[in-house]
Ligand binder design. Sequence first.
Ligand code: F6R
Length: 359
Amino acid sequence: MRLDRSAVERVDRENMLKLLMEFPDQCREAYKLGLSAELPPRFREARCVVITGMGGSAIGGDLIRCALRGTATVPIIVNRHYRLPSFVDERTLVVGSSYSGNTEETLEAFDEALRRGAMCVAITSGGKLAEMADRAEVPLIKIPQGYPPRAALGYTSIPVLAALVRLGFAPNFDLAGQLEEALKVLEGMGGELNPDVEENPAKEIALKLHGRLPIIYASQDLEAVAIRWKGQMSENSKSLAYVGILPEMNHNEIEGWRHPEGLLSSLHIVMIRDPGDHERVQMRMEITKGIVKEHADGVTEVYPRGKGELAKLLSLIYLGDFVSLYLAALNGEDPTPVERIGVLKKKLAEGGEWPKSLE
Ligand code: F6R
């Protein structure tokens, strides 16, 4: 199948491609929101940051924790649950992140953070989360409405990243410089990965993954990328995908590459490489590739662009987003609707409003 513009347009009825092409502009707008967010100076005293959210909103938190991994002066934790860890107290900065503002896990966790007297910030396009923040008189970063949450990654990540940097939690992270580099890289990639370009790495990867189970391997430093690839393949391409993280998978999962025998040849490995990674992790990637490639359908290696953490992370994420769009076209699936997520939320709602304390 030729993955040209008409092949994409045939499935992409709600225009995910447009949102993808506009992603660099979205990041630029998001940065402005982050710079103008009003944050109480006492938030600088937080000893830990917890970003609580789900799905397409939580991945913004992963992007932040990976980007600041080498510079953050406090732990940054992403919480994907109704409950908060027991250590969250008045010295913890809790960011409630829900694009819709109506995700029950996030609402319950944010409510709990308010009760514990944590320093709270909400980021949302509206919904109950915005109401909660207003009622509790805590800072609210209001982002534009009208996006599928996962397509609003710029809005759910960059304002919070900017807020954390402004509060002094990563004094050596040059956000303005990093973002400038990242945007230049992303704009270049938009020119190379769009459907009009025939010789296109994103199309090539999608063709390799079509009819296969993608196994995405990344180093811990790029975990956000692997989680995003998996999420986008599930939500956009309607395809299962699997994630493994190095070096951890070398200590267990590597042994699993024997069974089920009939399945192994349907697995296609995507190795997210980084020439700047720990040298032993790079060596482990090579050895792992040698061990697994004889069992799998194949191995595709992808590399980041740019020098800064943000350019690296966003370039790999952007590539994966394009791959997921082409894979959607190959699967004959419209990338935008997420019916099953909707069914789940509806069935849960039939059980009554949640969290109960907010009724
Ligand atoms: C839908 C999507 C989902 C949502 C998740 C949480 O595009 O990406 O993963 O992000 O169901 O909803 P929000 O982000 O509104 O809190």
